[in-house]
Ligand binder design. Sequence first.
Ligand code: F6P
Length: 501
Amino acid sequence: MNTTEHADSDRELSSQAGHSGSAAESDALYDFMVVSNRLPVDRCSPDEAGCEDGWRRSPGGLVTALAPMMTKTDGAWVGWHGAPDETLEPFSHGGIDLIPVQLSTDDIELFYEGFSNATLWPLYHDVIAPPEFHRTWWDSYRKVNRRFADATIRSAAEGATVWVQDYQLQLVPKMLREARPDLKIGFFNHIPFPPPEIFAQLPWRRAIIDGLLGADLVGFQRPSDAGNFMRSARRFLGASVKQQQIHVKDTDGKTTHIARAQAFPISIDVKQISELARNPEIIERSRQIRRDLGNPKTILLGVDRLDYTKGIRHRLKAYEELLADGKVTVENAALIQVASPSRERVEHYRLLREEVEGTVGHINGTYDTMQNTAVRYLHHSYPIEEMVALYLAADVMLVTALRDGMNLVAKEYVTARTNNDGALVLSEFAGAADQLKQALLMNPHDIDGLKDTIMRAVNLEPSEAARRMRAMRKQILDHDVDLWSSDFLSALEEKVIRDDS
Ligand code: F6P
């Protein structure tokens, strides 16, 4: 084994952290634990809706899907509470026990902004931006993963189920297994897993695969992600892989553990979005949005974190050319681009913001009139109520990601279109394309193809729009996020078929 990937140093970190590997010494013990980089709560001020004791539940389906399980079983959530250098005692919010993990300013720079978001993020998203490899970032990633593992180990009851989430915590499954072989360990990767030809660049590729293989079940968004992972396990660790089962062997070649890899495409809280989409106040708000834009014939909408994987530049380029070609005009169409602030201290994100805002300024400077604006650009995050009003206001939804694990915005838009109208332009490089086959699928790198697809969406016959939307809505209504979590957790309970031959 390569020295940079040696597992012994993890044991060293463990003893420095004072962890005993025993569940018995901690106060409360839990049968079900979720471990993710962020806790499912955000700080809020008392006058804000839903704010209780200074905290509010974070938006998103994951917490909604897992909250019932948390309260039904004896559950707890381990994660960072969002403020640097602050140590918080465990607390409860909305019936969920929360175990905060502290991150220092250095951890945020090296583990979160560095290794997680400037090494792994670009590497796992097809190297759209060049990943950076720094040993100090890797050291911090190991150290912080150990801290999350230790917090979990201390509070997990004998035989507990632990579900670790996402790329920030890929070493945690093995750390848990070494200390607590009694645990049932699941891992879910919310972002893509790259092909071995790209993953090969990572100096610590073996340690990452080894870390993930500590899990009993490793879940991915797409079958291709699971396939990439299994090919990497075979190539870089020499693991034998049979029918989605990865045999982890000791130095004598004896199988010590079998991990399974499988796709579980994540979904959204369908009930919440459907109810909001039928709420008269939100319907009225959507009409207001249309009026505010001067009631153009077509409203196009993009909703993304301001991230270079989302293809916002490609979308703007295509739209600018459509304006230049006269295919759309500021009188008959408006593009709303919501770009929520994200990872603003990471260099590539700073550059992206400058580029996107420069392009929007250029487009608007060229095409705006006194009455009309070509691109309504909003660098804000909005509550889900406003998002649903935007989905209802938009005739065409543009999801042009260059690579995306899933893309839940696409699923939210479809769910909100309770009248079966509207058109979804969807990148084939988003995981959602596997489920939303009736979207207008396209390759965002092909600007002419993207322009044609946008125009097809703008001019889609109502009957064809309804046929497509109905089929997509059925798919999502039948596969909400509750089903995703219960499918994963039932698969985690299944016994592996042991075949050492
Ligand atoms: O899976 C990708 C993800 O980590 C999501 O869970 C999250 O919504 C998004 O990226 C942004 O994450 P953060 O702000 O923690 O970097």
